[in-house]
Design a protein around this ligand. Structure first.
Ligand code: ZN
Length: 295
């Protein structure tokens, strides 16, 4: 059970999969052997002796008392992902973990999609009688209009490419939500409630947003894929190969790190291995992360 407090609110984390996912040198193309060695020394357990970065794929559920909000929905179940079978992990009890956090799918009021990559929207839908239906039947699914329009354009052009993960993810995890009229496409200044708002943070994808939360004098930020691995705090210039625009993502990442360093803001990344959440601290020209036990 991974739970922590954010002011008067509660945040649970639902891990779907965690493993040494990719060689750092490939995932962070501008990295060097020296950088990997430094990360191995300073981040034990988060990068393997053979240089692979350990990543988690998880959701957060934010309970405010008024709202129950899912932040990103991992990879999902029963979804064809050619060449990426290791992510077809629906056999793991994702919805059971949600129940263990005291949340039934029908109680979720909002699903906030930081961006529309396939490994962030998977549980948006589930397979029922051969049809993809919204997993959270009473939720509004919040997506940035800018992000939706971009991926809709990709889908219209490339939908015949059945090995394109983004095409498949958009088709089985985003379009069915739209057709069920559960999607709400929002502008860059969307505020869900007082103290819960999005902030555009582009680069990893064209319409990526982070979610700022403030409660009881505590600040938190769900950062989506702006930082994939704490090695990018040691070396903030390192963009990842999955970034849509590596230069823009570098600018967004460095601005976000700078904004939250040494402020005590609770930072909630989508891919840091367990424990996953913490605060950013300045360490000379680089940055570190104080991980919160149990998060
Ligand atoms: Zn992503």
């Amino acid at each position: 059970m991974h739970q922590l407090k954010l002011g008067d609110y509660q945040v649970g984390r639902i891990p779907e999969i965690e493993f040494p996912a990719f060689p750092a040198r490939e995932f962070l193309p501008a990295s060097t052997d020296e950088m990997v060695a430094e990360a191995q020394r300073l981040l034990p357990g988060r990068i393997t002796p053979d240089g692979k970065i350990v990543m988690s794929f998880h959701s957060f559920v934010l309970k405010t008392g008024r709202h129950t909000i899912m932040v990103d929905t991992c990879c999902g179940a029963d979804k064809p992902r050619p060449g990426r079978e290791q992510f077809n992990v629906g056999r793991l009890d994702y919805l059971g973990q949600l129940t263990a956090l005291g949340v039934k799918p029908e109680e979720v009021t909002h699903v906030m999609c930081t961006h529309l990559h396939w490994d962030h929207v998977g549980w948006n839908t589930r397979l029922v009688n051969g049809q993809w239906v919204p997993t959270f039947p009473n939720a509004k699914y919040i997506m940035a209009k800018r992000e939706y329009d971009y991926w809709d354009g990709v889908y219209q052009k490339e939908k015949d490419k059945r090995d394109n993960m983004h095409v498949l993810g958009f088709e089985d995890s985003v379009l069915p939500v739209m057709r069920a009229e559960k999607a709400v496409l929002v502008a860059d200044n969307f505020e869900l409630d007082k103290g819960i708002s999005i902030e555009p943070c582009h680069g990893h994808s064209p319409g990526h947003f982070v979610i700022n939360v403030e409660s009881g004098g505590t600040k938190g930020v769900f950062i989506g894929d702006i930082i994939h691995h704490p090695m990018q705090l040691l070396f903030p210039d390192l963009s990842c190969r999955a970034d849509f625009d590596m230069d823009a993502s570098r600018v967004s990442r460095k601005a976000l790190i700078d904004k939250h360093a040494d402020t005590g803001t609770l930072v909630l990344p989508q891919h840091f291995a367990t424990p996953s959440c913490g605060t950013i601290k300045r360490q000379g020209n680089a940055f570190g992360f104080d991980f919160i036990a149990g998060s």
